[in-house]
Design a protein around this ligand. Structure first.
Ligand code: FAD
Length: 346
């Protein structure tokens, strides 16, 4: 890693002479870091532009912190069931700020791992917000108000996704938690209403239930995790109901009112009947929206348009490409991780 801010070479560079790289990554998540380190190790000049998170979503606000908190919740669940295992105890309390601190310590440790990898491979990590200003040329707005211009022989766009709020009346005004805020809670929600029964909604529902929340999950599909096989959906439904989670499936939310963190109400229609749920917090986990705004993609070069499929190869004119969640489709981190190892579609 050459620098987290300006390199000396950058300061004298004019707007007409961008710094030249073999490979520039826009977005520093799972989709790009592996490729960045791989190519830098091979001697290529590589830059990764990242506006917020060292390592992207996975180690900061998604996979790893959620699993860290889920692990604390599992310990809480064992405590609650300790008599089943022949262990007596006199009750226990959940200290959510302690749970959160444990997660924060893990995240800081991951930053060190990522920064060490940048240092060891020679890929340059640039903190800033990037956008295309010409084919394969990016302007990076740096935190100190200055900017850098980078040109890549190849450019990979891997700007990820964010939680979708959707068009449910009142939902945005209720200031719902997304997974980001849910993983930063310093209190156990008295009653968590979860919009969305996909993997993000389900894993956080189970964790909060195990910490002691009442939890209701609302999904418009007839099954939880509706993209999975029937037997998997059924096993999950049965397991979550056993843990005391209230599941409202095939339910259309018609409006949300109140404020998450204080008191919130969700009105929905299920099997022709209107129902109203009241809770203390609402979590929205109803899909992902690609981060494609203000990237200047219209001037990026031809390569950002075609969608690459497995087995497709790069062409000379196809050098600004995309990897990771913003490509769409299924989105476990292993996809961008593998894709980042073979960024030219091989
Ligand atoms: C709660 C949760 C739990 C998850 N758990 C798992 C799991 O257990 N296992 C699993 O396999 N997957 C999991 N996932 C999915 C996984 O997190 C994603 O698939 C993966 O992080 C996507 O990587 P990416 O590189 O495409 O995007 P990201 O990691 O989001 O990286 C994109 C980066 O681009 C940056 N960026 C965007 N625009 C700009 C710009 N203009 N300039 C500079 N930087 C920019 C963003 O700040 C971001 O850091 C989980 C997701 C969530 C939400």
């Amino acid at each position: 890693m050459k620098s987290l801010e300006h390199t000396p070479s950058a300061q004298g560079v004019t707007k007409t002479q961008p710094e030249a790289f073999d490979l520039v990554m826009l977005g520093g998540g799972t989709g790009s870091t592996i490729a960045a380190w791989t190519f830098a190790r091979q001697g290529q000049r590589v830059a990764v532009i990242e506006r917020q998170y060292i390592g992207g979503s996975c180690p900061n606000i998604a996979c790893l912190p959620s699993k860290n908190i889920i692990h604390s919740a599992k310990v809480a669940s064992y405590f609650r069931r300790s008599h089943e295992f022949g262990i007596a105890h006199d009750g226990f309390t959940i200290d959510m700020s302690g749970v959160r601190d444990r997660k924060r310590t893990m995240v800081s440790g991951m930053h060190e791992v990522y920064l060490n990898n940048y240092r060891n491979t020679g890929a340059e990590f640039i903190v800033g917000t990037g956008r295309f200003i010409a084919p394969r040329t990016l302007e990076v707005a740096l935190p100190d108000g200055t900017s850098r211009h980078l040109h890549g022989t190849n450019v990979i766009v891997s700007t990820g996704t964010r939680a979708t709020l959707g068009a449910i009346p009142g939902l945005a005004d209720a200031q719902p938690l997304t997974h980001i805020e849910a993983l930063e809670l310093d209190e156990v929600p008295a009653h968590l209403l979860v919009v969305g029964g996909g993997y993000v909604g389900i894993e956080l529902s189970q964790a909060m239930r195990r910490f002691g929340s009442a939890v209701s999950v609302i999904d418009r599909n007839e099954r939880l995790m509706s993209r999975e096989d029937d037997d998997v959906c059924e096993a999950l439904r049965s397991l979550l109901e056993d843990e005391g989670i209230d599941l409202l499936l095939h339910a259309q939310i018609t409006r949300v009112s109140g404020t998450s963190g204080q008191s919130v109400r969700i009105t929905l229609e299920q099997h022709g009947t209107e129902k109203t749920l009241e809770g203390s917090h609402v979590l929205v986990a109803a899909g992902r929206t690609p981060n494609t705004e203000r990237l200047g993609l219209e001037v990026a070069g031809r390569g950002h348009r075609p969608r690459l499929h497995q087995g497709q190869r790069a062409t000379a004119d196809d050098r600004a490409r995309r990897v990771g969640d913003r490509r769409g489709g299924r989105q476990p981190t292993v996809y961008p991780h593998q894709r980042g190892r073979f960024p030219c579609g091989t």
